[in-house]
Design a binder for this molecule. Structure first.
Ligand SMILES: Cc1ncc(COP(=O)(O)O)c(C=O)c1O
Length: 411
C-alpha cells in the first residue's frame, strides 16, 4: 500500500458516510422518526398493509388505481406468456419487440404527436433526452421546482453552466426576464413539469408557450404527474390548455397513472429519430419488459374509451381539498390530486408522518418531504388521491390527519 495512504478507499468512504449521513440516520431511527424504505406487504391500492396494519395510502402516484385493475393485470400476464419475462437487450439491438413499437405508436396517437420513444424509466427519459439536445452554446431555462431527473439531464449535457438559467417557480415575470438575458440568435429550451410533483400546482403552460413563441424558445414539458390526470381523457398539460401544437417535447412516465414502469417522450418524427440514436440512457440500457409495456397498452385501452376513473379521481381530490381547507391547513397552490400539507418545520413533518402511521385501527401513509425535494423551511407532507378512494375513506383520513396536526400545533 502507498505509504501516505492510511485507509483503504472504502474505509475512507465509511468515515465520510458516517459524518455526512449515517449519524443523522441513526439519530432519526433512535427517535423512531426514520421514514424511508418501509416494506409493504400488500399490493398498491387505496388501502395497503404494512405487516398486519391496514393503512390508507395517501402517498402513492397510483392516481387511476390501475395497479389492481383486473384487465390490466390480465394483459401483463398474457404478455409474459407471449413474449417471456424480459427483453434482454437495448432497443437499438435485440431489445425491440413489436409490442414496444405498438406502444410508441399508441402514445403518439394519444398525446397527438407524430411520434414517440419509450425508455425503461421516466428518469432515463429525462436524462437521455435533455442531455442529447442541449449543447455548448445553447441555453436552458428551467423552473426552480423541476424534478431531479430534469436537473440531472441538464447536468449530463454539454451545455455551459453559465447558460443554465433557473427561473422562480411558475413565475412568468421571472421566466420572461430569463429569456431576455439570452443573446439574440442563440437557442433556448424552456423546461417545466406539467403538474409539479411535490406541491401539485400546474405549470402555466398557456403563458409559457406564448413567451416561448415571442422569444423563439423550444418547450419541454415533463408530464409525469399530468398524464392520465389532466386534459381530455388524461392527455396531459398541453391538452388541458389546448396548446399541443406549441409544445415541442412531452415527456412522461409509466410509473404513476399507467401503473407500470418506464418513460417516454412524444414529439416530432425528427426529434424522436434523434433521441433513438443519441439518448445514451436508452441506447446503453435494456428495453422495458413486455409485461410492463402490455400494462401501459391496457391502461390506454381503458382510459381512451372511459374517462370515469379520471372523473372519480378529481371528485376525490375536490373532497380531500375541501376537508383540508375546512380544517385550516395550508395547501399552497395545489390544483391537482397532489395536495401538500405545508408544515414548514422538519421535525414536525417527520413527527406527524410517524403519528399518522401509528394510528389505530387504520393508519395513514403520507410522504414526508424535506430538502432537496422542497426548499428548506417549506417542509411538507405530500398527500395524493386515487380514483378508487371512497368519500368515507377520505373523510376518515382527514379526521385522523386533523387530530394529529392539532396535537402538534400545525393548525
Ligand atoms: C416529475 C417527474 N419526472 C420524472 C420522474 C421519473 O419517473 P420514473 O419514476 O419513471 O423514473 C418522476 C418520478 O418520480 C417525476 O415525479
Amino acid at each position: 500500500m502507498n505509504e501516505v495512504v492510511t485507509m483503504t478507499f472504502f474505509q475512507k468512504y465509511e468515515e465520510r458516510a458516517q459524518a455526512e449521513l449515517f449519524d443523522q440516520m441513526d439519530f432519526a431511527k433512535q427517535l423512531g422518526l426514520y421514514p424511508y424504505f418501509m416494506e409493504l406487504s400488500s399490493e398498491q391500492g387505496p388501502i395497503v398493509k404494512f405487516g398486519d396494519r391496514e393503512t390508507i395510502m395517501f402517498g402513492s402516484n397510483n392516481y387511476l388505481s390501475m395497479t389492481t385493475n383486473p384487465k390490466v393485470k390480465e394483459a401483463a400476464c398474457n404478455a409474459i406468456e407471449e413474449y417471456g419475462t424480459g427483453s434482454t437487450g437495448s432497443r437499438l439491438l435485440n431489445g425491440t419487440m413489436d409490442i414496444h413499437t405498438r406502444l410508441e405508436n399508441r402514445l403518439a396517437e394519444f398525446i397527438g404527436t407524430e411520434s414517440a420513444v419509450i425508455f425503461s424509466t421516466g428518469m432515463q427519459a429525462n436524462l437521455g433526452t435533455l442531455s442529447c439536445f442541449l449543447r455548448k452554446g445553447d441555453w436552458v431555462v428551467s423552473d426552480e421546482q423541476n424534478h431531479a431527473s430534469i436537473i440531472d439531464g441538464i447536468r449530463l449535457s454539454s451545455l455551459d453552466k453559465k447558460n443554465k438559467i433557473i427561473y422562480k417557480h411558475n413565475d412568468m415575470d421571472s421566466l420572461e426576464k430569463s429569456l431576455k438575458k439570452i443573446p439574440k440568435g442563440e437557442y433556448a429550451l424552456i423546461v417545466t413539469d406539467g403538474i409539479f410533483s411535490m406541491e401539485g400546482d400546474i405549470a402555466k403552460l398557456d403563458e409559457i408557450t406564448e413567451l416561448a413563441e415571442t422569444y423563439g424558445a423550444g418547450v419541454y414539458v415533463d408530464d409525469a404527474h399530468a398524464v392520465g390526470v389532466l386534459g381530455p381523457n388524461g392527455r396531459g398539460t398541453a391538452a388541458h390548455f389546448g396548446v399541443q401544437d406549441k409544445v415541442d417535447i412531452v415527456m412522461g412516465t409509466f410509473s404513476k397513472s399507467f401503473a407500470s414502469i418506464g418513460g417516454y417522450i412524444a414529439a416530432s418524427e425528427s426529434v424522436c429519430k434523434w433521441v433513438k440514436h443519441r439518448a445514451r440512457s436508452m441506447i446503453f440500457s435494456a428495453s422495458s419488459p413486455p409485461s410492463a409495456v402490455a400494462t401501459v397498452l391496457a391502461v390506454l385501452d381503458i382510459i381512451e374509451k372511459d374517462d370515469s376513473h379520471r372523473q372519480k379521481l378529481w371528485a376525490n381530490a375536490k373532497r380531500l381539498k375541501k376537508g383540508y381547507l375546512d380544517a385550516g391547513f395550508d395547501i399552497g397552490h395545489s390544483a391537482s390530486p397532489i395536495i401538500p400539507l405545508l408544515i414548514c418545520d422538519e421535525m414536525k413533518t417527520f413527527q406527524m408522518f410517524k403519528d399518522l402511521l401509528a394510528e389505530t385501527p387504520r393508519s395513514v401513509y403520507t410522504n414526508p418531504v424535506r430538502t432537496p425535494a422542497t426548499p428548506v423551511g417549506r417542509e411538507l407532507l405530500r398527500t395524493s388521491c386515487q380514483s378508487s378512494f371512497d368519500f368515507e375513506t377520505i373523510d376518515e383520513a382527514v379526521e385522523i390527519i386533523t387530530k394529529h396536526a392539532k396535537n402538534l400545533d400545525i393548525i
